[in-house]
Write a protein that binds this ligand. Structure first.
Ligand code: UT7
Length: 334
């Protein structure tokens, strides 16, 4: 096993104040609390008020992560913001995050890998730090999905929520009480572009520019072939997580926690059961937060660290899959 180059120095998250419950959705579309809970595990999700943009949530999460890391924003060498709901097409949302947290002139860019965005961001940040080109990298996963959800489509609107999570990465160092090196131990990233049509916001870009007809056909909203994504999610989350463990000569028994993307409790249960990891090692907040795409893992990780459930020195497997189809996993000793 190679020595880790980078480690997570601090995490943070932000959830907007409006709570939208399944009972609220029962009044909006033909659905029921029992259907949503049984099929997804979700009871409520957070919604951002109109006054809040994606970068506001990202900046709040980033400030909290920097504070925990005890790193000033001016020490950042790179800001990576994983999002599919940017403030605007240009410039990058990371630019506004840089302004709002008072970082210097470090490069700031967005990363579009949907639900896998945070894991991709961790992997990229780790590579930059390993190369010696950078020392401190901020990785944010943030989504304002309520602005791109079709609130009349019961097959998608019950799933998604808004939020942001962040991690500050810096050089690895320091062994834990169990003698493990703290840091990013391994990462895996994959994309299968032949499945691009299974989860998309098809309109509003260069392929189908904004028009009245496009707005009327709601092509600027999320469209998903749910069952197709479900099947590939179970299969690929399991195989990618297994590969990340194999890279290290580890098994599920070596993990303290699994911190999976919160898309559907049934997907998580199936993927985890195939890894042979006991269910009580699985972190989850889907009941309260829903699917926040790229923000999902860093929100859950930060909640788990701050509540004292995950301790420094614990080894955590993160895994995520979403639009692309893109998926990835990371094994990290916190
Ligand atoms: O994070 C990005 C990746 N995304 C995912 O991983 C999501 C993957 N997919 C899923 O999580 C699931 O496929 C869904 C939660 C989206 C749907 O669950 P499902 O068990 O696959 O349901 P289904 O699509 O097979 O639909 C079953 C029935 C259908 O009715 P009929 O045709 O059997 O009469 C749907 O019309 O449930 C109906 N249905 C609903 N009923 C009540 C679909 N949505 C709803 C709803 N409330 N919200």
């Amino acid at each position: 096993m190679r020595e880790p180059a980078s480690r997570i120095l601090g995490t943070g998250h932000y959830l907007p104040p409006i709570v939208r419950t399944n009972a609220d959705l029962e009044r909006m579309v033909d659905t029921s609390d029992s259907w949503i809970v049984e099929r997804t595990g979700i009871r409520e999700r957070r919604i951002a008020p109109e006054t809040i943009a994606t970068s506001d949530m990202a900046a709040a999460a980033a400030k909290s992560a920097l504070e925990q890391a005890e790193i000033p924003a001016s020490a950042l060498d790179l800001i990576l913001v994983a999002t599919v709901t940017p403030d605007m097409p240009m410039p990058a949302t990371a630019v506004f995050v840089q302004q709002k947290i008072g970082a210097g002139n470090c490069p700031a860019m967005d990363l579009s890998a949907a639900c896998a965005g945070f894991v991709f961001g961790l992997s990229i940040a780790d590579s930059f730090i390993r190369s010696g080109a950078m020392r401190h990298v901020l990785v944010v996963g943030v989504e304002l999905l309520s602005r791109v959800v079709d609130w009349s489509d019961r097959t998608t609107c019950v799933l998604f929520g808004d939020g942001a999570g962040a991690a500050v990465l810096g050089p690895a160092g320091g062994a834990t009480a169990r003698g493990r090196s703290r840091g990013i131990l391994s990462t895996r990233m994959s994309t299968d572009g032949t499945l691009a049509g299974s989860l998309a916001i098809p309109g509003g870009g260069s392929a189908r520019p904004m028009s009245q007809a496009l707005l009327e056909s709601k092509q600027h909203k999320i469209q998903m072939k749910g069952q197709d994504v479900f099947k590939v999610a179970v299969k690929n989350l399991q195989s990618s997580s297994q590969a990340a463990l194999d890279d290290l000569g580890m098994t599920g028994a070596d993990l303290d926690w699994i911190c999976p993307h919160q898309a559907n409790i049934r997907i998580i249960d199936l993927a985890v059961s195939k890894l042979g990891v006991p269910r009580d090692k699985m972190l989850t907040n889907i009941e309260r937060v829903g699917n926040t795409s790229s923000a999902s893992i860093p929100i859950l990780l930060d909640e788990s660290v701050r509540s004292g459930k995950v301790h420094p020195g614990d080894t955590v497997l993160m895994c995520a899959l979403g639009a692309g189809i893109s998926w990835g996993s990371a094994v990290v000793t916190i």
